[in-house]
Design a protein around this ligand. Structure first.
Ligand SMILES: [Zn+2]
Length: 388
C-alpha cells in the first residue's frame, strides 16, 4: 500500500474563489481544523501578495505544528524573501515557487524563451534553497507544455534541488489518460526523480479534476493538491475529500492511502463552507446534504434490509451522524453542544451559555430547529479560535 501525501490549498487557491475573502481569524480556524484532519501540507497563502497574507501565514506557522506550512511564491527573489519572512519560525516549512512553462504562457504572459524560463526556474529554486530545506517547484500550465520541454524543465529544477515537483493542470484542460501519461514519462526519463515527490494539481473546468488526480496517482504521483469542498479559481480545484474517499473505498484498485482522519471530513467541510460562504450543493459527493439520503421507496427498503445494497460508504466513516439529531425544545445542553461540535463550532463556556439561551428562546417559537437555524444563531460569534 503506497501513502499519498495531501497538500491542501483551501487557504490559497480556495481563497481565490470569486467573492471569498477570509479574515486572519477565519484562516486560523480552518488551518487548525486541517491539521486535525491530518493533511501533510497547508498552503496558507501567498506571502508577497499582501501584508495581510504574510501575517496570516506567519500566525498559522506559529500555531500549527503537525502539518508543513507552505507559502506560494513567484520565481523572483523578493517573493522568496517574503515567503521566508512568513515561514522562518515554522516547525516545518516549504517554499512553493512557480513559473509558467507552456507555449501560450511563455509567449503571451512572460515573453520569455524556453531557455529563459529554465534559467529563471533554476535560479529561483537555488535561491529558495538558501533558506528552505523543502522547495516545491510548479510548472504552471504544465499539462499544456510540450512534453519533451516539460521534462527538460523538471530535470533542471530537480538538479537545482527541488524536492517536490508539481505538474498543475492550471486551466482544467487535461484528460485522465493524457495526464497519467505525463507522470509516467517523467518517472521514466528524469534522472533522480525517485528521490523527488511528484505532485498533481487539478482544476475542474471540465469536471475531471478528481478523475485526473486519480489518474496521476495511478501513474506514480505521490502528492495530491486540492481543496476542501473543491473550492478555488473558476470551477474550483480537485476536491480532497473525494480523492481521499475514492482511495479509501477503492483500495482494491488504487492500493494507496492517505494519513487523513476521515471522520474529520464532515466537520472540515462544514467549517469551510460556513467561513467562505460557499454553499455545498446537496448532491455533492461525500459532503453534500443528500450524499447519504435515500429517497425512492425501493432504495429505502433495500437500505433498511441491508445498507450495502445502496450505500458504498457509511456516513460515520466521514464523520456524519447516521441518525440525524433533530433538536427541539426538549433538547438539553449536551445535545446542543454536540450539535455545535458537529457543525464545527467550539465555543467558550460563557458563549455556550449565551447561545443555549438564545436556542431555548427560538424553541419557543419553532417546533423543529434546523442546522441552518443554529448556524444563524451562533454564526455571528464565529471569530473564536479554539485554543489548544
Ligand atoms: Zn490552482
Amino acid at each position: 500500500m503506497r501513502t499519498i501525501e495531501i497538500f491542501d490549498t483551501t487557504l490559497r487557491d480556495g481563497e481565490q474563489s470569486p467573492g471569498v475573502n477570509l479574515s486572519l481569524h477565519e484562516k486560523m480556524e480552518i488551518a487548525l481544523q486541517l491539521e486535525r484532519l491530518g493533511v501533510n501540507r497547508i498552503e496558507a497563502g501567498f506571502a508577497a501578495a499582501s501584508p495581510g497574507d504574510l501575517q496570516s501565514i506567519q500566525e498559522i506557522a506559529r500555531r500549527v505544528k503537525n502539518s508543513t506550512i507552505v507559502s506560494l511564491s513567484r520565481s523572483v527573489q523578493s517573493d522568496i524573501d517574503k515567503a521566508w519572512e512568513a515561514l522562518k519560525n515554522a516547525e516545518s516549512a516549504c517554499l512553493h515557487v512557480f513559473l509558467a512553462t507552456s507555449p501560450i504562457h511563455r509567449k503571451h504572459k512572460l515573453a520569455m524563451t524556453k531557455e529563459q524560463v529554465i534559467e529563471n526556474a533554476v535560479a529561483a529554486v537555488k535561491y529558495g534553497k538558501k533558506y528552505f530545506d523543502l522547495v516545491e517547484f510548479s510548472c504552471e500550465d504544465g499539462s499544456r507544455t510540450e512534453l519533451p520541454y516539460l521534462m527538460e524543465v523538471v530535470q533542471a529544477v530537480v538538479d537545482a534541488g527541488a524536492r517536490i515537483v508539481n505538474i498543475p493542470d492550471t486551466v482544467g484542460y487535461t484528460t485522465p489518460k493524457e495526464y497519467g501519461h505525463i507522470f509516467r514519462e517523467l518517472r521514466e526519463h528524469v534522472r533522480g526523480i525517485e528521490d523527488v515527490k511528484l505532485s498533481c494539481h487539478c482544476h475542474d473546468d471540465l469536471g475531471m479534476a478528481v478523475a485526473n488526480t486519480l489518474a496521476a496517482i495511478e501513474a506514480g504521483a505521490t502528492q495530491v493538491e486540492g481543496t476542501i469542498n473543491g473550492i478555488g479559481e473558476r470551477a474550483g480545484n480537485a476536491s480532497l475529500e473525494e480523492v481521499a474517499m475514492a482511495l479509501d473505498t477503492r483500495k482494491d484498485v488504487y492500493q494507496a492511502q492517505t494519513r487523513l482522519k476521515l471522520d474529520e471530513i464532515a466537520r472540515t467541510s462544514k467549517l469551510v463552507s460556513r467561513l467562505t460562504g460557499m454553499m455545498v450543493p446537496g448532491n455533492k459527493a461525500i459532503v453534500g446534504a443528500n450524499a447519504f439520503a435515500h429517497e425512492s421507496g425501493i432504495h429505502q427498503d433495500g437500505v433498511l434490509k441491508e445498507v450495502t445494497t445502496y450505500e458504498i460508504i457509511r456516513p460515520e466513516r466521514v464523520g456524519f451522524k447516521s441518525n440525524k439529531l433533530v433538536l427541539g425544545k426538549l433538547s438539553g445542553r449536551h445535545a446542543f453542544k454536540d450539535k455545535l461540535t458537529e457543525l464545527g463550532y467550539q465555543l467558550e463556556q460563557e458563549e455556550l451559555n449565551d447561545a443555549f439561551k438564545r436556542f431555548k428562546d427560538l424553541c419557543d417559537k419553532k417546533k423543529k430547529v434546523t442546522d441552518d437555524d443554529i448556524i444563524a444563531l451562533v454564526g455571528s460569534k464565529s471569530n473564536d479560535i479554539p485554543e489548544r
